[in-house]
Design a protein around this ligand. Structure first.
Ligand code: ADP
Ligand code: MG
Length: 659
């Protein structure tokens, strides 16, 4: 149903909400709170200075706004709370000024400093209802929590959502019905409401997910594919052409692929290995073997830069075998694109490399036999299949550098065969990781200078784009200023962050690759897989804000040559956890520890990872639910009861169609 049927959502807001991936009423209803505020107002006499509190207050003068820099402001006003006059400050909420009229009763949330009589507010609430539990939603695009809460409450009134849990399972587990669960998750009256509602919503989500995985597995187990002839010399010839010898795990990968491609069944394999473990070369063998059998291959990368990088390195290897490689990027002229399309259709190109978007865009192949997808976790389950119908029944190989614990990999990728690449290429120096406190920054700067003097390049990473006093974090903008000062404006630096357009990002990355930029300061947007061999140092500020797996992936940007590389983690907090990174360079070990300590959230790069981003379930905390859903959905398929269920019947038809 259209969003605008909900009271309070007009055209403008409907548009705004799309930034949160809310496009219809169902999306809105399933936009679950990620946590709750328990409304608990305390008299100011009873609060301490260390925690955050909620107090009632009254505005007693008119607020003043100071604009500090672009997108950064502070609002000050005086308020009275139980006979105490407070100087209230709140950052980046200039827009509240008009609501803070004289004598207005408000609730302040934040921290109190008795000596200064100041109150740094993190939030100001205007109409506290009787609600004791307030849902908190992920926000963005200028949408406020109170607004979301209001329109969701409206939508919930008329909620009539489809329940994906088969009836007999709802009965068996005494689950709440779906509509009630949706109501309670957004407007719980007590903690137990949240528990019961979330349990059934999580189960439903995981049941649906495992149904797809189980069904795909069932299909793939017997899916007939291209049966290629044996090419007994392929392996030896391929290896002889390389400037290095393959590692043990790379050899296993090559063998697995050889068996897959020459069998009558379709290949559906995931190469799971740490950054730098050498997955690309294993995939290149698949492309080579596929070529020998007379088929075309497609290699999809998540970004243009990665596509170009692959193009350069693969061309090098494949030229020797006379394999024609093409690159399809957004920057090509229409004419050039057309030419490539033609060559693909008449078989003049044997391997096409591009981004996912470009390749699925109306490309026709003469004889597509293999699809390789790099950084597979970037694409959703649904998207996995989009390319399959381009060829007859192409074999599929996925590459992923997200090291996830084995048990989870087996479940999440349950429909795929997995080759783990754990051994690292020899002779690679381990990245030296060093934790430094904020006050030891001089050591870090000194080391940076040394690396720069040696002609090397440096990545600097910070969790924030702009400053935020409330959080006391270093931002990229701030860091640039400070580093420029430290190096006397003598060093070429650039900033990269997620708010830049893709082509701006590409341009900066290109300059960094070419060595024009010496220090690249960025949020975590540096692409996984980007290869700048001359970059030998990475400095991560506020490292405590990142999960171990993320830092491990980030530091994989350095250590890409025979030069010694360094990763400095600057942090005053949480150093116990960060020590795991000082001690180990093994992504699988680190991901196990990360999973133990932080849960799924960060492991898959939070929400961007598509496939693994459940709306409410969390793989670590809900693993038991996942296992149950796995068994239940398996039985549901085996008993063929799904055939009587409209939703699953349609789902299966869709899956069958694209397979
Ligand atoms: P990733 O698994 O992160 O995709 P790559 O495939 O990009 O890793 O490999 C990283 C680098 O290691 C590349 O420059 C590649 O040529 C090199 N490499 C791969 N395998 C070996 C090997 N067995 N011995 C030496 N170098 C290798
Ligand atoms: Mg790679």
């Amino acid at each position: 149903m259209e969003l605008q049927v909900v009271k309070g959502i007009g055209q403008d807001y409907a548009k705004k909400l799309s930034a949160l991936n809310i496009y219809n009423v169902n999306d809105l209803l399933e936009y679950y709170p990620y946590r709750y505020n328990f409304i608990n107002i305390t008299p100011i006499a009873n609060i301490n200075e260390t925690d955050s509190w909620m107090i009632k207050a009254q505005v007693i003068d008119s607020p003043r706004v100071q604009y500090i820099k672009r997108n950064f402001n502070r609002l000050n006003f005086k308020a009275l709370s139980d006979n105490v006059i407070l100087n209230v400050t709140i950052f980046n909420r200039a827009f509240l000024k008009q609501n803070l009229t004289l004598n207005k009763e408000i609730v302040l949330v934040g921290k109190y400093n008795k000596l200064k009589n100041s109150f740094i507010a993190s939030d100001i609430k205007f109409n506290i209802e009787d609600k004791k539990i307030e849902p908190v939603y992920h926000l963005g695009n200028g949408i406020k929590n109170s607004y979301l809460s209001k329109v969701i409450s409206e939508a919930v009134k008329n909620a009539n959502v489809f329940d994906k849990i088969p009836e007999y399972l709802v009965d068996k587990y005494h689950f709440l019905d779906k509509n009630t669960a949706i109501k309670l998750i957004h407007n719980p009256l007590e903690i137990n409401d949240i528990k019961r509602a979330s349990l059934r919503l999580k189960y439903e989500e995981l049941f649906d997910f495992m149904f797809k995985i189980n069904y795909l597995k069932k299909l793939n187990n017997k899916a007939k594919g291209i049966k290629r002839d044996e090419f007994k010399d392929a392996k030896d010839n391929f290896m002889a052409s390389l400037p290095f010898t393959l590692t043990k795990d790379q050899l296993t990968g090559v063998d697995d692929i050889y068996k897959d491609l020459t069998s009558e069944f379709r290949m559906n394999r995931l190469l799971l290995g740490d950054v730098g473990s050498g997955k690309t070369i294993v995939a290149t063998f698949a492309i080579y073997l596929n070529f020998l059998s007379g088929y075309q291959s497609a290699l999809m990368a998540p970004t243009e830069i990665l596509a170009e990088q692959h193009y350069k390195s693969l061309k090098n290897i494949l030229d020797k075998f006379n394999i024609k490689v093409g690159l399809l990027t957004g920057s090509l002229k229409v004419k050039e694109k057309k030419e490539i399309y033609e060559k693909l259709e008449n078989g003049e190109i044997d391997l096409i490399i591009g981004t996912h978007a470009l390749i699925s865009e109306g490309v026709k192949f003469q004889k597509l036999g293999l699809v390789v997808t790099d950084e597979q976790h970037r694409f959703g389950v649904g998207q996995r299949n989009t390319l399959r119908d381009k060829g007859i029944t192409p074999d599929v190989l996925y590459l992923s550098a997200t090291p996830i614990p084995r048990t989870y990999a087996l479940t999440i990728y349950g429909d795929l065969d997995i080759t783990l690449i754990k051994t690292k290429p020899q002779g690679r120096l381990e990245i030296k990781t060093i934790i430094k406190k904020d006050e030891e920054i001089k050591d870090v700067l000194y080391k940076m200078l040394e690396e720069l003097k040696n002609g090397h390049q440096i990545y600097v990473v910070s969790p924030l784009i702009e400053n935020n006093d409330e959080l006391d974090l270093k931002s990229v903008l701030d860091l640039e200023k400070k580093l420029q000062m430290a190096f006397n404006n003598q060093v070429e630096m650039a900033i990269l962050h997620g708010k830049l357009k893709q082509n701006e990002k590409d341009k900066i990355m290109q300059k960094f690759k070419e060595g024009e930029i010496k220090i690249l300061i960025s949020t975590t947007v540096i692409e996984v897989g980007i290869d700048v061999a001359n970059a030998t140092m990475m400095v991560i500020f506020n490292a405590e804000r990142f999960g171990l797996a993320t830092i491990h992936q980030l530091r994989g940007r350095v250590g890409r040559s025979d030069l010694q590389s360094y990763c400095y983690l600057v942090s005053n907090k949480d150093t116990e956890r960060l020590k795991v990174l000082e001690e180990s360079n093994d992504g699988f070990y680190i991901s196990e520890r990360d999973f133990e300590m932080r849960g799924q959230g960060d492991l898959f790069g939070s929400k961007q990872s598509g496939e693994m981003s459940f709306k409410i379930a969390d793989l670590k905390n809900d693993y038991q639910i996942l296992l149950q859903a796995k068994v239940d959905s398996y039985n549901f398929i085996e008993s063929e009861e799904y055939k009587a269920n409209e939703y699953y019947k349609n789902l299966v038809e869709k899956i069958n169609f694209i397979n």
